[in-house]
Design a protein around this ligand. Structure first.
Ligand SMILES: NC(=O)C1=CN([C@@H]2O[C@H](COP(=O)(O)OP(=O)(O)OC[C@H]3O[C@@H](n4cnc5c(N)ncnc54)[C@H](O)[C@@H]3O)[C@@H](O)[C@H]2O)C=CC1
Ligand SMILES: O=C(O)CCC(=O)C(=O)O
Length: 432
């Protein structure tokens, strides 16, 4: 059965195909019918808006803005907002769906959403970015809100963008700090959210290495992407005795020379000053393909989707991959990595620290309280370790990859919620 109204001829993007593959495998293991699968996968709502913005030079440009709400079965939709030239409806579908399974896996009471604007923020002034954000919110504000859909940062957005969202939304609906997460602390943000995704990657990695009788101490780590997620993961790993031997960003990569690893605080300062990891004093230049193929213990793709493809997966020499980015591994690459015995900690689990801390921020805002950073980090660890252990248990018991186990747990939880709310039982009735 196909979704009516969607042009079936519409070509699915690579990320949608990856999500199709992961979903179909897990749904098959769960024995879900075709109707049940269709219901669980079809986005609840997709919004596309024109975002007209006056540029600093007086000209007008109209950008395409999107917000896809994949599911609200377990709570308000939740997910980041991305500013990038590649933003498209297909990409938003896949990323919104990933959020549904991620929030279910770590068991926070949210559904899944993702939004974005197709633009190149590096070519926009701060004032243009502010007008763009405000106009986007003016077009989607009816569809978001503390109990509908709560945005957060993603690629090329940050606390400042969240502050503009809060201001624009609140000017229409009354002061609503819980309408967006990862705000500045002064506006109701929670301490530790800005670092939580990277910190969470480190926590999950530590738990995984412990389970394998190893430790972060001395582990040699390569990271693709040195923005919010990559840089904070690097900082956590360095603080726990790991060695960051190479990093790359959109401009290129660097490899530590000699036996000394890269010093993360110095590298963060270099990026602050120059805008890139490239040119870091004392390091050798490499490109992104070389980074993925470096001999190391842990590889962390923390940039964009499709980083690991069928052509690059065969070259990977790390023994563990931790998916900091969403959907960084295509279906074909995943098969190759599994056949080569490389452990892959999937995105749903590895990068869930951000949305878990967002959940803490949302509850903090609803209760009008303030959490100390230590409480955030303690609870973050307990949510992530619990999720990691549940995935490992199923993976070992049923001889599955960590990815299959994570999707299976998540889909089962959302299916159960849909069933309790009546949607899936309607499907069953019809099947009788
Ligand atoms: N910010 C968050 O809390 C969360 C982000 N994620 C995911 O993590 C990934 C990174 O997000 P952020 O760090 O927030 O974004 P960011 O905008 O802070 O950083 C992105 C980094 O990736 C690099 N990059 C971009 N294109 C690249 C390419 N083609 N090759 C190599 N490097 C490239 C950029 O130069 C930058 O260093 C995305 O997949 C995002 O969806 C996942 C969970 C939460
Ligand atoms: O913190 C959030 O609400 C969402 C973060 C996000 O977009 C993600 O996990 O991919």
């Amino acid at each position: 059965m196909a979704l009516e109204g969607r042009a079936d001829s519409e070509r699915r993007t690579e990320v949608e195909l990856t999500a199709d593959h992961n979903f179909t495998l897990a749904a098959g293991r769960l024995g879900l019918s075709a109707d049940q699968q269709l219901l669980l996968r079809t986005p609840f709502r997709e919004v596309k808006v024109a975002v007209p913005v006056q540029m600093d030079d007086g000209t007008l440009r109209v950008f395409a803005g999107y917000r896809v709400q994949h599911s609200g079965a377990r709570g308000p939709a939740k997910g980041g907002i991305r500013f990038h030239t590649d933003v498209s409806i297909g990409e938003m579908h896949a990323l919104a769906e990933i959020m549904t399974w991620k929030t279910a896996l770590v068991d926070v009471p949210f559904g899944g959403a993702k939004g974005g604007i197709a633009c190149d923020p590096s070519k926009l002034s701060l004032a243009e970015q502010e007008r763009l954000t405000r106009r986007y919110v003016s077009r989607i504000h009816r569809f978001i809100g503390p109990f509908r859909d709560i945005p957060a940062p993603d690629v090329n957005t940050n606390e400042q963008v969240m502050a503009w969202i809060l201001d624009e939304y609140s000017s229409r609906h009354g002061y609503s700090p819980a309408c967006v997460t990862s705000k500045p602390v002064e506006l109701g943000g929670i301490r530790g959210r800005s670092t939580a995704t990277g910190t969470g990657i480190g926590m999950v990695l530590a738990e995984h290495l412990k389970a394998r009788g190893r430790s972060i101490r001395g582990a040699r780590v390569a990271i693709q992407g040195f923005g919010n997620v990559g840089a904070n993961a690097a900082a956590f790993i360095e603080q726990h005795g790991g060695e960051i031997i190479a990093v790359a960003d959109v401009n290129g990569g660097i490899l530590s020379s000699g036996s000394r690893p890269l010093r993360v605080p110095d590298l963060i300062e270099h990026v602050r000053l120059t805008g890139s990891v490239v040119g870091f004093p004392g390091a050798m230049s490499i490109d992104n393909d070389e980074l993925l193929a470096l001999p190391c213990d842990v590889l962390i793709p923390a940039a964009l989707e499709n980083a690991l493809t069928e052509s690059s997966a065969g070259e990977v020499r790390a023994s563990v991959i931790v998916e900091g980015a969403n959907l960084p591994t295509t279906a074909g690459a995943d098969r190759i990595l599994r056949s080569r015995g490389i452990d892959v900690i999937p995105d749903l689990l590895a990068n869930a620290g951000g949305v878990v801390a967002s959940y803490f921020e949302w509850t903090q805002n609803l209760q009008q309280t303030q959490w100390p950073r230590q409480k955030v980090n303690r609870k973050l660890q307990s949510y992530l370790v619990r999720a990691y252990r549940s995935v490992r248990k199923i993976a070992e018991a049923r001889d599955m990859s960590f990815r299959e186990a994570a999707w299976l747990i998540a889909i089962e939880r959302v299916a159960r919620a849909e069933s309790l709310r009546g949607a899936l039982s309607t499907v069953k009735e019809r099947n009788r």
